[in-house]
Design a protein around this ligand. Structure first.
Ligand SMILES: *Cc1c(COP(=O)(O)O)cnc(C)c1O
Length: 378
């Protein structure tokens, strides 16, 4: 089955009993047992729920995995996956990972002696150099936020194999429509499904997929033990979102490419970060490992004051954190998503005060361009 078909027909997509073409929302916590210990596949909804299970089979399918897992948020998914590791272990992570992942490693899991190094994983030599005797996992985000840096996943898989590390990939930005890390050698792929997979700014959720039964058993044990599961309503909303994921990603990417070409020629815009541009450092790798470049674009307008003016003036770009929805969202990383990072660290990463990040939506590209044009005009 090809990707677009999988979005509609992948996993469990209907109700066998009634023939309903949409999976019912099983709003239930417990299940009648036919005899003591004799139940029909479900005993308690933290352990398993038919609506959540249907979603879990879909994400497994989309990511070319064997097993999927749904969680109450992206962070719940990431935390549960990190519980695979032991106290005293060490993880090498991409240096500009999502702020919440950074916080989890540096302010929560560090208290349980899970050690970490944040490394520019776009450089495989630096990754190799960061590996210690107690390193057990590589945690990669590609493309990253907000500079859209690209890491070569096949290279990471080679390094992981050589050193017997678990390769974990946060695939939120690329989505399984453009990129399937399990097929490139990753062991675990995870998502903030709050973003593109849900796609309508109406659900907070996390997803995980793996392609080994052994790992699946461990993740399920943790999902059930930690208990940060996704409810049936939200599971249903994600399945509904997934049905149009391919359409949305095509529309979003087409708009993003048009916006990128417009910005390239603009005299008020200095640097543009979009992996779809040939000038982008990771362009070739992105082209090799993904079938599309996605809908996130960042650009520098020179100063924080000008950036704030642009954000005030736009009409069709909603000033908000988050990303991946049908409506275009605009933000100022230095003052919003990355405000908690110290200024000198931000400068090191290249997150300037004038850097604007856009999550492109599915509106008419002409309207989006006209809107940016009037916002950039002094
Ligand atoms: C939003 C996000 C997360 C966290 O997901 P939540 O659903 O907000 O908990 C993790 N990784 C990336 C790349 C994200 O954008």
């Amino acid at each position: 089955m090809r990707s677009k078909t999988k979005m509609v027909h992948g996993g469990i997509t209907r109700d066998e009993q009634t023939g309903a073409v949409s999976v019912p929302i099983y709003q239930v916590s417990t299940y009648k047992q036919d005899g003591v210990g004799n139940f029909r596949g479900y005993e308690y909804s933290r352990t398993g729920n038919p609506t959540r299970h249907a979603l879990e089979t879909v994400i497994a399918d989309l990511e070319n995995g064997t097993h999927g897992f749904a969680f109450g948020s992206g962070m719940a998914a990431i935390t549960t996956v990190m519980m695979l590791l032991d106290s005293g272990d060490h993880v090498v992570l991409t240096d500009d990972v999502y702020g919440g992942s950074y916080r989890l490693m540096t302010k929560v899991l560090n208290r349980f002696d899970l050690d970490h190094s944040f490394i520019d994983t776009s450089d495989p030599a630096k990754v190799k150099h960061a590996i210690q005797p107690n390193t057990k996992a590589l945690y990669i985000e590609t493309p990253t936020n907000p500079l859209l840096k690209i890491t070569d996943l096949k290279k990471m898989a080679e390094i992981a194999k050589e050193h017997d590390l678990l390769l974990i990939v946060d695939n939120t930005f690329a989505t399984p429509y453009w990129q399937q890390p399990l097929s490139l050698g990753a062991d675990i792929v995870l998502h903030s499904a709050t973003k593109y997979i849900g796609g309508h700014s109406d659900v907070v959720a996390g997803l995980v997929a793996v392609n080994s039964a052994e790992l699946a058993e461990k993740v399920h044990f943790l999902q059930n033990s930690v208990g940060a599961v996704l409810g049936p309503q939200d599971s249903w909303l994600l399945m509904r979102g997934i049905k149009t994921l391919a359409l949305r990603m095509e529309a979003i990417e087409s708009n993003t490419k048009k916006l990128a070409s417009y910005l390239v020629g603009h005299d008020k815009v200095s640097t543009i970060y979009y992996p779809g541009l040939e000038s982008h450092l990771g362009h070739e790798i992105a082209k090799n490992q993904s079938t599309g470049f996605g809908g996130m674009i960042s650009f520098d307008v020179g100063s924080g004051a000008r950036a704030e003016k642009v954000l005030e003036r736009v009409k069709y770009f909603t000033l908000a954190e988050s990303l991946g929805a049908v409506e275009s969202l605009i933000s100022l990383p230095a003052k919003m998503t990355h405000a908690s990072i110290p200024a000198d660290r931000r400068a090191e990463l290249g997150i300037t005060d004038g850097l604007i990040r856009v999550s492109v939506g599915i509106e008419d590209a002409e309207d989006l361009i006209e809107d940016l044009e009037q916002a950039l005009t002094e």
